[in-house]
Design a protein around this ligand. Structure first.
Ligand code: SF4
Length: 440
């Protein structure tokens, strides 16, 4: 039996797209190889959000050369956001003549056809669609989800926001919402299959329906409908844009027990001037006001964020505004990055780039501050009761549960427990980055 191996880089959207690629290959009778050397088809599902990610991918593609030399029939394909960039397919092929197929981020579901064409013609295939038209269509694609409890469901594709540092709108195109009926059907099927945590995915989920493709169903309505499906499950979503999260969404989150009380709300900077230069379209005040509304509606919510330090022109004072913001909000978790130039974006051409030593100093300092805040907040969870999903372990070695915020809870129990059960856990300690809990 032929085998495949897929390298996946980047965000949850890519992780989910790899599940679709695996589904297409398994439908054709291929099975997953345990190591790349055993594969007959190798796919690189790429990301281009940061230059360092691209360098790593290029290094990994290069490492395939000796394998292809030994195994002439090996098919090497590159897809995803990096491949979608203008002229990238040709450049990749020039650099790595052993690549056989390149396709973009929006036509994953046709990979089976590309494979057939390649096998017939044995000629390099460039299937990147460079215009912004979306052709992604999930109908009828099998997916191989490797976790039995957690499932991603795309609700929309693309982004209209054009944050000045971000390449996503150029490679993923404009926002396009999926038909709500298709989404409901997919979620119901997943629940019947036993999935317990459903995560709705989109670059900007709060814009769901604004393109007029959903018969008037907006994101709040979509969430509310799914949260009222039968079954014991948890509903999550990502990513939200602070300018778009509505009072209606906050209200729906607060009133539905099945919607996870955890929210990732990327702030990026605490400075209004930097936010404007990033084209984020909200102010620090608007953001803090939104956080206040969210906390008022859901006092126990856990919050996380993304932050970029060293954006072009960021002064010490502006950086301090970000420090002040994270101390004010007190996130359970923050993904903090140094700004790095992304070719093809507006920020790449800004002339007041920050020297690397200053960026390093800022990120180091901010990570330290955030770590202290996270540690305090996780210690504060001692004595609380958290609803969690037991997703790993056995009676002899112990069980692991995941709190809604994603934090690992080590369970103290001598009972046999069914994996995939939701339990109420009393947090009794916090040690070495893990919560310790007892089932109530
Ligand atoms: S909202 Fe901004 S950061 Fe997020 S994908 Fe769109 S352009 Fe990129």
């Amino acid at each position: 039996m032929k085998k495949y191996f897929i390298y996946t880089y980047g965000c949850q959207m890519n992780v989910h797209e790899t599940e679709k690629l695996a589904g297409i290959l398994q439908d054709r009778g291929l099975q997953l190889a345990s190591q790349v050397e055993d594969a007959d088809v190798v796919i690189f599902n790429t990301c281009c959000i940061r230059e360092s990610a691209e360098q790593k991918i290029l290094g990994n593609i290069g490492a395939i050369k000796p394998i292809k030399k030994k195994k002439k029939d090996l098919i090497v394909a590159v897809c995803g956001c990096m491949a979608q960039q203008k002229d990238m397919a040709g450049n990749l092929r020039k650099k790595f003549p052993f690549i056989d197929i390149v396709f973009g981020a929006n036509n994953i579901e046709f990979f089976g056809d590309y494979l057939d064409t390649y096998l017939n013609q044995k000629k390099f295939l460039n299937k990147v669609i460079e215009d912004e038209q979306y052709i992604e269509n999930e109908q009828g694609i099998s997916m191989v989800r490797d976790n039995p409890f957690y499932a991603y469901v795309n609700i929309m594709y693309g982004c209209n926001n054009f944050c000045t540092y971000c390449i996503v709108p150029y490679v993923r195109g404009r926002e396009k919402s999926r038909n709500p009926e298709e989404i409901y059907k997919e979620v119901k099927t997943l629940l019947e299959m036993g999935y317990k945590v459903i995560t709705l995915l989109g670059q900007n989920v709060n814009s769901y329906g604004l393109d007029g493709n959903t018969n008037g169903v907006n994101f709040a309505k979509l969430l509310d409908t799914i949260a009222n499906f039968d079954g014991d499950f948890e509903l999550r979503f990502m990513t939200s844009h602070p300018k778009d999260i509505s009072d209606e969404v906050i209200e729906v989150m607060a009133k539905n027990e099945k919607i996870s009380k955890t929210l990732h709300l990327p702030v990026q900077s605490g400075s209004n001037r930097v936010l404007k230069a990033m084209n984020r379209n909200y102010t620090r005040e608007h953001y803090l006001n939104t956080i206040e509304k969210i906390r008022k509606a859901m006092p126990n919510i856990t919050l996380s964020t993304d932050i970029i330090v060293g954006f072009p022109g960021e002064t010490d004072e502006e950086y301090q505004e970000t420090v002040d913001l994270i101390k004010t909000v007190r996130y359970h978790n923050a993904f903090i990055f140094m700004y790095s130039k992304r070719k093809g974006t507006i920020a790449e051409k800004m002339d007041n780039q920050i020297p690397i030593n200053i960026k390093r100093e800022r990120i180091h300092n901010l990570l330290k501050i955030q770590h202290e805040i996270s540690e305090e907040l996780f210690h504060e969870m001692i004595g609380t009761t958290q609803r969690a999903l037991i997703d790993f372990g056995n009676k002899n070695e112990g069980y692991i549960a995941k709190a809604q915020c994603g934090k690992v809870i080590k369970l103290i129990t001598d009972k046999q427990i069914k994996l995939g059960s939701f339990v109420n856990v009393e947090i009794i300690d916090y040690k070495k980055g893990n919560l310790i809990g007892r089932i109530k």
